[in-house]
Design a protein. Structure first.
Length: 319
């Protein structure tokens, strides 16, 4: 006769052996922390939270995924936190590329360098815009740049700090057009928007998700093509300003993370990016979520790193 004890043991063994979402993938930590290098409520943070839930589902029910905001230093604090973590998959970076590809050229003494984080997968692209106050005298980007040229250093713009996409776009616009303007870095987007609305800034270089729903007027989009939500706004390329910087980012792991674990994380990451919930959130906030695997994401990071090295040395900012 089969006793209850034997039956219970057999049932437990079957559950533990069964594949599926009820159990975390073998080798994946029970808790995964996504380090976001910007404050709660920022665009990257808004992307990270639904992604954390999608990643938890793709890793299996036995894994918890939490978001940790470590802002400061234009994203350097968060990147340093992830780079210094144990390479066992418990801590991952969720954020823009620039903290790895451009910031080390701009800030001396960073506790990490290029290559400190290994690519896992691309999770987002932020569409950046040139936005002016509602009552701004500038109706076009051409008018803004013409005034900047006529009044050197009289115009200021806001961005998320040195080496960020908005900062690099504005710097390249200034170089291409022979103008001098003053950058003003911000740790949080809401204050930058308020200062732009008040006229304290001539314009801001921010993501569309940040200015969406405000009264700011968008003069140009930093994208390969016009955006569905802004069909009347031209791209920089259309305006004769072929600036190539783009806002993209994703998941990266501390250097030295085992290859097998990276492969498992890559698969789960790609599944999470393709999930309906994550893609719907991206669409609602005016962003896009094109997934790229580790190899393609890594190539894109390398290309941006090379471009940053050249550009920042040409304008005399590389340290």
């Amino acid at each position: 006769m089969i006793t209850r004890r034997i039956l219970g043991t057999a049932t437990l063994a079957a559950v533990l052996a069964a594949p599926g979402p009820a159990r975390a993938q073998e080798g994946v930590p029970r808790t995964v922390t996504l380090v976001v290098p910007f404050s709660a409520g920022s665009v990257v943070d808004i992307m990270a939270r639904p992604f954390a839930e999608a990643l938890r589902a793709s890793l299996g029910g036995g894994t918890a995924v939490v978001v940790l905001n470590r802002d400061g230093g234009g994203g350097a604090v968060g990147a340093a936190t992830a780079a210094a973590a144990k390479p066992d998959g418990t801590t991952l970076y969720f954020g823009p590329s620039g903290m790895l590809t451009t910031l080390p050229f701009l800030v001396r003494g960073l506790p990490y360098a290029w290559g400190a984080l290994d690519p896992v997968c691309q999770t987002f692209e932020n569409i950046f815009v040139v936005a002016v106050p509602a009552n701004s005298p500038y109706r076009t980007l051409t008018e803004l740049l013409a005034d900047a040229k006529a009044r050197p250093e009289a115009l200021s713009w806001g961005d998320a700090g040195p080496g960020t996409v908005g900062n690099l776009v504005a710097l390249e616009l200034a170089r291409r057009n022979g103008v001098r303007m003053t950058p003003v870095p911000y740790r949080n987007s809401p204050q930058m928007i308020l200062d732009t609305q008040s006229g304290a800034l001539a314009f801001s270089m921010s993501t569309f998700a940040t200015v969406r729903g405000t009264d700011l007027r968008v003069l140009a989009v930093v994208a390969d093509e016009r955006q569905h939500a802004l069909p009347e706004v031209p791209t920089l390329k259309e305006l004769g300003q072929p600036v190539e910087w783009r806002g993209f980012g994703g998941i990266m792991a501390p250097r030295g993370t085992p290859a097998a674990l990276l492969h498992r994380l890559e698969g789960a990451c790609l599944t999470a990016v393709r999930s309906d919930g994550y893609r719907e959130m991206a669409a609602r906030t005016g962003q896009i979520a094109p997934p790229l695997g580790a190899a393609a994401f890594g190539t894109r990071l390398e290309d941006e790193h090379r471009s940053a090295a050249t550009f920042l040395r040409e304008i005399g900012l590389a340290r």
